[in-house]
Design a protein around this ligand. Structure first.
Ligand SMILES: Cc1ncc(COP(=O)(O)O)c(C=O)c1O
Length: 408
């Protein structure tokens, strides 16, 4: 729905939301600082806020028509028949992996290859679903798992870079890679199922939020139960399940062990107006990524960048950097100098997950093979922000700060 059409529809119902919010919110993106390089810029404007207000004024709090409309739009954007919205990317991972086990696509206790560099809950959710995570080192050029694996694999698209890992079953963590592509295929459609996050700092946002995409209807049905108490509502096979269990009141018929990880309708309200922004945002991020890689390389500093790999589209969630082993300053000092010049920094996600204190408490987790790339990332990697809203002024802030950081 266009912004104008939505505003007209609300006005017809007596909600003059344009008057309420339109005068203080820019229609595209909230305020973008131009003298600092923040980690993220909130990628929403008046239309999302107005739609959220409309859902509240209608008295709709938990998921309803807007969440359903967002699911349809997101499935279409990814290129698969089904999307199931949940309340975070971590919940999407948990629901997806639990559904894979409960539908028999994975066996309880089966090993899943997980990248040693990734996010904490990417690792934890594998074990929480009753599977055994095996940490394997990542590729030095993509910082993702690559190549053919002999066990099911969690292809985690790190910071917008698509992983091309394959195996007997490919499960995607696309939480930070909206719109990334391998060949002509979008992440989210590369394997049996994929988890996305719509946390506020991501390409598209629903505040907090997540979704799972899949072409497997039975799996999608299981996920709809697991997201909401294990009951049958929202399932395509609801009628058949109710008929098969005439002794249970169909209003509270529980068919899968589940959780309550439902999104709010406000999240759906944001989501339906976010999806049309995807292409423009990813194109702009991708352009920035390529330009920044070239410009940083040109500075000739002792650090490396991670350009888009042939045959892929990088979605540029954030901009990773890796200090050379013999650089004259360490990661902590580089971060301190960048932060002093208004460039926010973070480690590259959880860096080497095997070195996180929580790893020892993850049931069944183990490391396979040496992890030299993950260790390098752990000791010398960092990222700075990237956004569709950044332009040459932001590139200049980064380049100036990097140049100054290496002047002793
Ligand atoms: C790769 C990856 N997986 C999972 C998550 C978790 O998503 P959420 O914060 O929505 O729970 C993140 C968060 O940024 C992520 O980067």
């Amino acid at each position: 729905m266009s912004r104008r059409a939505a505003l007209d529809a609300w006005a017809a119902r007596g909600l003059d939301l344009e008057a309420l919010v339109g005068r203080w919110l820019d229609p595209g993106t909230l305020a973008v600082p131009t003298d600092t390089l923040p980690l993220a810029v909130a990628p929403f404007g008046v239309i999302e806020v107005a739609e959220a207000i409309a859902s509240l004024l209608e008295g709709r709090l938990t998921m309803g028509d807007r969440v359903r409309a967002f699911e349809e739009a997101w499935a279409a954007a990814v290129g698969v028949p089904h999307a199931v919205m949940v309340n975070s990317g971590s919940s999407a991972l948990l629901v997806m992996l639990t559904a894979l086990v409960q539908t028999g696509r994975l066996r309880p206790g089966q090993e899943v290859v997980v990248p040693a560099v990734g996010w904490s809950t990417s690792l934890f959710s594998v074990a929480q679903a009753g599977l055994r995570p095996v940490l394997v080192d990542v590729d030095p050029d993509s910082l993702c798992l690559e190549g053919e694996h002999d066990r099911p694999v969690l292809a985690l698209h790190l910071l917008g870079c698509p992983s091309r890992a394959t195996g007997p079953l490919v499960i995607e963590d696309a939480c930070g890679a909206h719109g990334a592509m391998v060949g002509e295929r979008r992440v989210g459609s590369l394997g049996v199922a994929a988890a996305f996050s719509f946390f506020f700092s991501h390409h598209l946002t629903t505040g907090e939020g997540g979704a799972i995409t899949t072409a497997d209807r039975e799996l999608a049905d299981a996920m709809r139960s697991i997201r909401a108490h294990g009951w049958t509502r929202e399932r395509s096979d609801r009628a058949a399940l109710e008929a098969a269990h005439p002794d249970v009141d169909p209003r509270f018929l529980f068919v899968e062990p589940g959780y309550n990880l439902r999104p709010t309708e406000v999240a759906g309200a944001f989501g339906i107006h976010q999806v049309p922004r995807l292409e423009g945002y990813v194109a702009r991020r991708n352009e920035n990524h390529q330009a920044w890689c070239a410009a940083v390389t040109e500075l000739g500093l002792p650090l490396r960048v991670f350009p888009q790999l042939p045959g892929t589209r990088h979605a540029a969630f954030a901009f990773p950097l890796l200090l050379d082993a013999d650089a004259p300053l360490d990661r902590a000092e580089l971060c301190r100098r960048l932060e002093a010049r208004g460039v926010q920094t973070r480690p590259i996600s959880g860096s080497n997950l095997a070195r996180q204190p929580a790893f020892a408490q993850v049931p069944g987790a183990r490391v396979e093979g040496p992890l030299p790339v993950a260790d390098a990332v752990h000791e010398r990697g960092l990222f700075v922000g990237q956004s569709h809203a950044f332009d040459e002024r932001h590139a200049a802030i980064l380049l100036d700060a990097l140049g100054a950081a290496f002047v002793c």
